[in-house]
Ligand binder design. Structure first.
Ligand code: SF4
Ligand code: SF4
Length: 605
């Protein structure tokens, strides 16, 4: 019997502990909110190999390579990471695995920190890969174990689909004891794992056989409570909301079914629908479960009215209010929810802001000056995904597009080909190694006149300062290796940075090819984590003219505007980075205090 002890943990930690209980020995991921804490938790366990890979495809291939050697492995990513890894993921469904392979994809309905809220369950339908959906942290832990069990029993990859509400909520979880990591051993089977046409055709047959086994394996993955002619089916977090509301309303004649395998939906659900008149399916995003139930109902000649997206909508996060509204219409009852006074407080909406001391602020500030110095009258800022996406907002307005990891150079290429306007491609150091390298190669190969600005803050900062390959590989060397003829590096805190930009722009104009400049300075949070700041910036009121540049155009949150328009620096916000010092044209800002030991090194990583 398992000895379990409850602990207050995040849903993501619960997934990591479920993996440890299942004997995971290899784990890889690319940081992406809201999935990041899974790998961070596993990294604390020395007998598990856990890495941050350079992108989701590599992370998946690492886990897959281990799983075909018989190991139990895990890969994590956010929902859009599935797009990057999907090429290899689709093939893994053909070959299967010999150990166990669990893919955790954390979705972001409502797009709190993502470019889309795509429903990754379509990958399950397309690739014949089961999708398991937890509904709270405890089920996240238990269903991770179930995912490993199914994967190892059938020899097939399994996707665990979680989301922000499950991954980032903290609750009491009973944790199963950890198992010894199950490692692999050399296991060569090219006629299974090398997808040349003859092998792929055979593997396709085997994939379909495994799919039938999976249908049997998931047949018990529904939870039923109550009875009645009206049935409410809840999937993932929506099941938790349905349970809570039905408990609160206590309506007559209602059966609640929780579905934890959304692809394939267990066929056993048909038995639970016997005697029902109407069914409401509540799930986030697309009608994946709803459509599968409709198909089963039609195939089996049942007469049932199935509702779902018509009542719940398919945009954004599901929440109690949305579920309450759908239930109210479905059950034809008034659903009043008690809203606590705390929840009814108006929370002012504030635009996201770069941190005090963020090097990206300085990069954007001096980039604009440099472009103008270099004589570019107009340009297109082709951005990428990272903290620097905030350059989109005023006062900078230096992002004209940003659509996916590594897209900056490809989009810049398209813009130039259509307009002949020299673009600026802006990419982070982690993103450069994630998927930017191919864009650099294309720019060299096709002579794209572009200024590539790599904002190297020495980490994957947006998701919590995970390490970036930039700390091991010199970006200038990588660019030179790909054939970029003009490369330079500068400190974005220095006004000389705009001169470097101007020089590079001039080179691009004259040579009709790509130039690359690296703005190298660590994420402020990384730097102050290493060395405690002991300096502060102060404004000399005699010199300050109230020109507004430091607070309106540079916008460090520590710099405030006084009533007389002069600047004031809030000592509790200022980290003493010194970035604002060269920004003031009247030399009114200076640093006071001793520079701490190791300060400069902390900023260059
Ligand atoms: S930039 Fe200098 S002069 Fe202008 S408001 Fe700030 S401190 Fe005062
Ligand atoms: S030194 Fe200047 S830029 Fe740095 S945190 Fe303080 S006020 Fe902001």
């Amino acid at each position: 019997m398992l000895v379990q002890r409850p602990r207050l943990i995040l849903g993501n930690e619960a997934i990591a502990y479920g993996a440890l209980a299942s004997g995971v020995s290899v784990a890889a991921g690319y940081p992406g909110t809201p999935s990041t804490e899974i790998i961070e938790t596993l990294m604390k366990f020395k007998d598990v190999y856990a890495e941050w890979s350079s992108n989701e495809k590599i992370a998946f291939e690492t886990a897959y390579g281990s799983a075909i050697m018989g190991a139990r492995s895990l890969v994590t990513m956010k929902h859009v990471g599935m797009n990057v890894a999907s090429d290899s993921i689709m093939s893994s469904s053909y070959t299967g695995v010999s150990g166990a392979l669990v893919i955790v994809s954390a979705g972001d309905p409502g797009m709190w920190s993502s470019q889309s809220e795509q429903d990754i369950r379509h990958y399950g339908l397309m690739g014949l890969i089961p999708i398991i959906e937890p509904f709270d942290p405890q089920s996240a832990h238990d269903l991770t174990m179930r995912a490993f069990e199914i994967s190892s029993k059938v020899g097939h990859p399994v996707i665990l689909s979680t989301n922000t509400r499950i991954s980032h909520v903290r609750s009491s979880v009973k944790i199963a004891p950890f198992s010894d990591p199950i490692r692999g051993k050399l296991n060569k089977n090219p006629f299974k794992y090398s997808l040349v046409p003859e092998v792929a055709k055979k593997d396709r047959e085997e994939q379909l056989e495994r799919w039938n086994k999976i249908k049997e394996e998931v047949s018990d993955m529904i939870i039923t409570e109550g009875s009645g002619e009206k049935v409410v089916v809840g999937v993932g977090i929506s099941y938790s909301y349905v349970k809570e509301l039905v408990q609160l309303l206590n309506p007559h004649n209602v059966k609640v079914i929780g579905v934890t395998s959304s692809v394939p939906v267990p066929e056993s659900i048909l038995k639970e629908l016997e005697g029902a008149d109407e069914v409401l399916v509540i799930e986030e995003l697309d009608p994946i479960v709803e459509n599968q139930i409709k198909e089963m109902v039609v195939d089996n000649g049942l007469h049932l009215k199935i509702m779902g997206k018509r009542l719940t909508g398919r945009v954004g996060e599901m929440d109690m209010d949305r579920v309450a509204r759908a239930l109210s219409e479905f059950l034809n009852i008034e659903v009043k929810r008690e809203v606590s006074s705390e929840r009814s407080l108006e929370i002012p909406s504030r635009p996201p802001a770069m941190c005090s001391g963020c090097p990206h602020r300085s990069s954007f500030f001096f980039l604009k000056r440099g472009i103008s110095l270099g004589g570019l009258k107009e340009t297109f800022y082709s951005g990428d995904i990272g903290c620097y996406s905030l350059g989109l907002l005023p006062p900078f307005n230096e992002q004209d597009s940003l659509i996916s990891m590594g897209s900056s150079m490809g989009v810049a290429n398209g813009v130039y080909r259509a307009t002949s306007i020299i673009p600026i491609a802006i990419i982070g150091d982690s993103t450069f190694f994630h998927s930017g390298l191919a864009g650099v190669a294309n720019a060299v190969f096709n002579n794209l006149p572009v200024l590539i600005l790599v904002l190297d803050n020495r980490s994957t900062a947006m998701t919590g300062q995970q390490p970036s390959p930039s700390t091991a590989i010199d970006i200038l060397d990588a660019a030179k290796g790909l054939g970029v003829k003009y490369v330079d590096v500068g400190d974005p805190f220095s006004p000389d940075f705009s001169k470097k930009i101007a020089k590079a722009v001039d080179w691009v104009k004259k040579n009709n090819g790509p130039a690359l400049v690296v703005a190298k300075r660590a994420c402020a949070l990384v730097a102050i984590d290493k060395v405690k700041p002991t300096q502060l910036a102060v404004v000399d009121m005699r010199k300050c003219t109230g020109c507004t540049i430091c607070y309106d155009h540079f916008t460090c949150p520590a710099i405030l505007k006084r009533e007389d328009k002069k600047a004031f620096i809030n000592p509790t916000e200022c980290i003493g980075c010194g970035a604002c010092v060269p920004v003031c044209p009247f030399n009114a800002i200076s640093l006071q205090g001793e520079k701490p030991e190791g300060w400069d090194e902390a900023w260059t990583g």
